[in-house]
Design a protein around this ligand. Structure first.
Ligand code: MIG
Length: 628
């Protein structure tokens, strides 16, 4: 059962679709109080209780033992000591003798102290008093998730080809570079469906423009690639370059579509193109305008997008630079002692994503000026909604691939997400695994990490192991940062090993796509923690390195370097499959702990007794799969 409680005058985030009559928060069943204008609620936990939730967030599947913050943040260091990533997914669930879920529908900051200050207490601080809060009860965790998911509406389903293997890098600078990627994949006979265009395809990083020099005759080029079975997926950034004569900027300025400063002038901050203005996506008219701009690219045959920098990321503001330079000038010629030196360093480092800049940005909501900090966490979601609304109107559901970096619950209806700028670290294989079920609880089914890791240099074995997990993630994309070691499969010795892994993906696509659609239709999770399925099994309850996949499978990727395999726990008897290219090795394993060997070119998969997973012949493009 779901009960809604309303406090004050909440901003409508459109996260929840279903209608509920609201009660006053005075009746909210968890202990709560208001302090310094913040609404605080808390609950006790038994030592063995699990707390799930928060979607795309650092640390474990069990969120206990840390403070998290809902605050969409462009932070490329996903270390375990961070409190936020790019998303605000305000849903948590207690699983113990008591079971309940809580969704806090509030677009500004929330602090989740889940057993950090006091081991057995969760304290949630909502930074305001205007919000809706939903309290969800059920017998089992999955019941709670299904009810919540039914309330927030069906998850986005991408086209089938979005389940193909995708290659990205910041950046393939021109059409020759893109052609080379496709050729190399063809040469190595490694399947591929998409190649990504990062910011350099644009003319001076201006949204909805194409650099003529880098991609001459873009429309013809796109259709030529399509004839080769390849979809090109361009990036769209939230900031619009401030430049006289640039149509989008001129229109936005004239119609007053950009976020404002307190004095009514356009808010500006520096991002890739230099000074930018930021469309006020919270205004439906602005969404319609900006969403319609995607037509520039869909008219050229583009049918997939990734929306970036929409937390929004702000590198600097003119005011910030000015005061930093002033500070630096004052220090000129001085003996910089420790505090002065580090103060100076911090001043410059602190220019990006600075709270003072967010605080000077305003939105227009129903003709009221609302400070950005009050709605920060729905900005990116509304950028994505702008595009989603346009695509749905123009093409119908499920035709366009789209995923976003920033998100809020509700955006799961129109788009997927990717988990942003991770690192080529072994620990980030597990971070990806742990975010999958958490994101699924919040409605985000189409998701995945930058396979092989975005920042820093990857090793061959890391990319292979990462891909072996990526075989199962709906978004299977290898992406890496400018300046890092080449990370395409053919860049390493023995590309056949990579082919073996990626072919397994193509063998599984009909199964995975079907499981995905079922999960969307039934408000189900594609990935579940083992504790969902084996509630009385204490080892399963603790397991954070394996997941249940749909109704049939369990996955357990190898996540350590130089390991020939890993320990795995089977909560019941299962068939262990080692899949590699078209080869399948089968082994029956009993319930219990096993050491399994997995070669670098193998994908481990566990199938429950009495269940079947169909495998098809691998192909080079999803279009050859002959399904649907
Ligand atoms: O500040 O467009 O997360 O995937 O390659 C970096 C360049 C901006 C961040 C994205 C990343 C992308 C990169 N972008």
């Amino acid at each position: 059962m779901i009960t809604k409680y309303t406090s004050g005058n909440p901003i409508n985030t459109e996260a929840v679709e279903e209608h509920f009559d609201a009660f006053s928060t005075e009746e909210f069943p968890l202990n709560h109080y208001i302090k310094n204008g913040k609404f605080i609620f808390e609950f006790d936990m038994q030592p063995d209780d699990i707390v799930y939730g928060l979607g795309e967030a650092p640390r474990g599947i069990n969120k206990r033992g840390w403070i998290y913050e809902s605050c969409c943040t462009d932070d490329p260091f996903h270390t375990e000591t961070k409190s936020s990533l790019y998303a605000a997914h305000n849903f948590i669930m207690l699983n113990g003798i008591r079971k309940f879920g809580v969704f806090v529908d509030f677009p500004a900051r929330i602090r989740w102290d889940i057993g950090y200050t006091l081991q057995n207490k969760t304290t949630v601080t909502i930074e305001g008093t205007d919000f809706d809060i939903y309290f969800i009860t059920g017998d089992k965790p999955i019941d709670i998730v299904r009810q919540f998911r039914a309330a927030i509406g069906k998850s986005y389903v991408p086209p089938l080809w979005a389940f193909g293997y995708q290659q990205s890098r910041w950046s393939y600078h021109n059409s020759d570079a893109v052609d080379r990627v496709i050729e190399k994949y063809n040469e190595a006979q490694i399947p591929l469906d998409c190649v990504y265009l990062d910011i350099d395809y644009m003319d001076h990083y201006k949204d909805f423009t194409i650099s003529e020099e880098a991609f001459p005759h873009f429309k013809e080029y796109v259709s030529e690639k399509r004839r080769q079975g390849i979809h090109l997926i361009p990036i769209i950034d939230a900031g619009v370059k401030k430049e006289d004569g640039y149509e989008i900027y001129e229109e936005g300025k004239e119609k007053g579509y950009f976020c404002k400063k307190a004095d009514g002038s356009d808010f500006e901050a520096g991002v890739w193109p230099g000074m930018c203005c930021f469309p006020d996506f919270l205004d439906p008219e602005v969404r319609e305008w900006f969403g319609g701009k995607y037509k520039v690219l869909t008219d050229m045959g583009i049918d997939g997008f990734w929306n970036d920098m929409n937390e929004p990321a702000l590198f600097y503001s003119a005011e910030g630079i000015e005061s930093a330079l002033e500070k630096a000038t004052k220090l000129k010629g001085e003996n910089l002692d420790l505090s002065k030196f580090f103060g100076l360093k911090d001043t410059f480092a602190g220019l990006s994503n600075n709270q003072n800049d967010y605080a000077s940005m305003y939105h227009n909501i129903g003709s009221k000026q609302v400070n950005h900090q009050c709605v920060h966490n729905i900005y990116g979601a509304n950028m994505t909604k702008a595009a989603g609304e346009y695509f749905a109107k123009e093409f119908g559901e499920g035709k366009i691939l789209m995923f976003s970096r920033a998100s809020y619950i509700g955006a799961h209806r129109s788009s997927g997400i990717w988990f942003g700028d991770n690192h080529s670290w072994w620990s980030h294989i597990l971070l990806c695994l742990k975010m999958l079920p958490s994101a699924n609880m919040c409605g985000f089914l189409y998701c995945g990490s930058d396979l092989g890791g975005f920042n820093e240099n990857a090793t061959r074995d890391l990319v292979l192991r990462f891909l072996a997990l990526g075989v199962f993630t709906p978004l299977m994309r290898n992406h890496s940062a400018l300046g890092t070691r080449d990370q395409e499969c053919y860049s390493f010795e023995n590309p056949e090993d990579f082919r073996d892994i990626i072919q397994v993906r193509y063998r599984l696509i009909p199964y995975l796509y079907n499981a995905f659609r079922k999960a969307s239709k039934n408000n189900d999770m594609l990935f579940r923690p083992l504790s969902f399925d084996y509630p009385d099994d204490s080892i399963a309850r603790e397991c954070e390195t394996q997941l249940m996949l749909s109704e049939e499978c369990m996955i357990a990727p190898v996540y350590e370097q130089n390991a020939k395999g890993r320990m795995v726990y089977l909560p019941e008897n299962m068939t262990f499959l080692r899949l590699s290219g078209e080869r399948v090795k089968k082994q029956e394993l009993e319930r219990g702990v096993h050491y399994i060997e997995v070669a670098l070119n193998e994908v481990p998969l566990f199938v429950k007794k009495g269940k079947e997973v169909p495998l098809v012949k691998p192909v080079m493009r999803t279009a050859e799969l002959n399904i649907l």
